[in-house]
Design a protein around this ligand. Structure first.
Ligand code: NAD
Length: 288
């Protein structure tokens, strides 16, 4: 069987180009800029890379980006004060606080403080609740990116058996809600699932978000399934990035599969840009 390799780089570029065009139209129509505020606390090297990439994407699509790099010793009060200031600033449409935060700061309190109207990461309980009952709100960027990968690759979702492996608040749970919204029959598997291979073998669409290198091997996969690999892990032997799926052995069994890197990864930032543009459109009442 011919296996389609789903190209996340190409699809994310498509999304970013659409956002870029709409941003230009927004500027032309309103004379205003779309603005994302990014807050980084401390000097975690991985977080610094993520923040740099988010700023680069803002430049690409034509957003203004405000960057706040705060010292490791920042208190929770100081951070909350900055968030409140940005919540009240009409020129700011999205607020992103890069996780993880230093231990003196409670992540949940921070998430709860960001205005749900500017929560472009989709982590605020109001946005999670909105997703759950099918109302408008911001959707967590990685699962939203997976939906775009599937749709833009022509994968039919309605009526399909979908098994999601992982139940985190950032990936697994919102992923399940989104697949349900797309009318899939959804199973969520996790670390306590009995006979995981048997459960995953039922799936027409497998979405792995575990965080364990090559945990999903060929014997988990039904012939012809679509496999989406959200995992980003370091291969202990080669030091290279790899997914949760044993790509080499799984790919020949699939009808379509995402590679790591170059699959789901690039979609996350593209969807962040999309959420921020949506926020600016909502605030201004424009429909572009
Ligand atoms: P997490 O650690 O919060 O959750 C992992 C989930 O996997 C848990 O719900 C757990 O129940 C389940 N799990 C763990 N071991 C299992 C096992 N042996 N069998 C079945 N289920 C098991 O992780 P997360 O934040 O959801 O991230 C998952 C992976 O996705 C990580 O590799 C992370 O780096 C990656 N990730 C990628 C992106 C991206 O942009 N592509 C974004 C977020 C996370």
């Amino acid at each position: 069987m011919e296996t389609k390799i789903i190209d996340g780089k190409e699809i994310s570029l498509m999304v970013k180009n659409e956002v870029r065009d709409k941003t230009a139209a927004f500027k032309e129509k309103t004379g205003k800029e779309v603005c994302l505020a990014v807050i980084l606390v401390g000097e975690d090297p991985a977080s610094q890379v993520y923040v740099r990439n988010k700023k680069k994407a803002c430049d690409y699509v034509g957003f203004k980006s405000l960057s706040y790099e705060l010292p490791e010793s920042t208190t929770q009060e100081e951070l909350l004060e900055l968030i409140e200031k940005l919540n009240n600033d009409d020129s700011v449409h999205g607020i992103l606080v890069q996780m993880p935060l230093p231990k003196q700061i409670d992540e949940k309190t921070v998430i709860d403080t960001i205005s749900p109207l500017k929560d472009v990461d989709g982590f605020h309980p109001m946005n999670v609740g909105a997703l759950c009952i099918g109302e408008k709100g911001f959707v967590s960027c990685t699962p939203a990116g997976v939906i775009q990968l599937l749709k833009r690759s022509g994968v039919e979702i309605a009526g399909k058996e979908c098994v999601i492996i992982g139940r985190s608040n950032i990936v697994g749970k919102p992923m399940a809600l989104l697949m349900l919204r797309e009318n899939a029959t959804v199973t969520v598997a996790h670390s306590k699932t009995k006979d995981l291979a048997e459960v995953v073998r039922r799936a027409d669409i497998v979405i792995a978000a575990i965080g364990k290198a090559k945990a999903i091997t060929a014997d988990y996969i039904k012939e012809g399934a679509v496999v989406i690999d959200v995992g980003i892990n370091r291969n202990a032997e080669t030091g290279k990035l790899c997914g949760d799926v044993d790509y080499e052995n799984v790919a020949p069994k699939c009808s379509a599969i995402t590679p790591v890197p170059g699959g789901v990864g690039p979609m996350t930032i593209a969807m962040l840009m999309n959420n921020c543009l949506e926020s600016a459109l909502r605030f201004s009442g424009e429909n572009i």
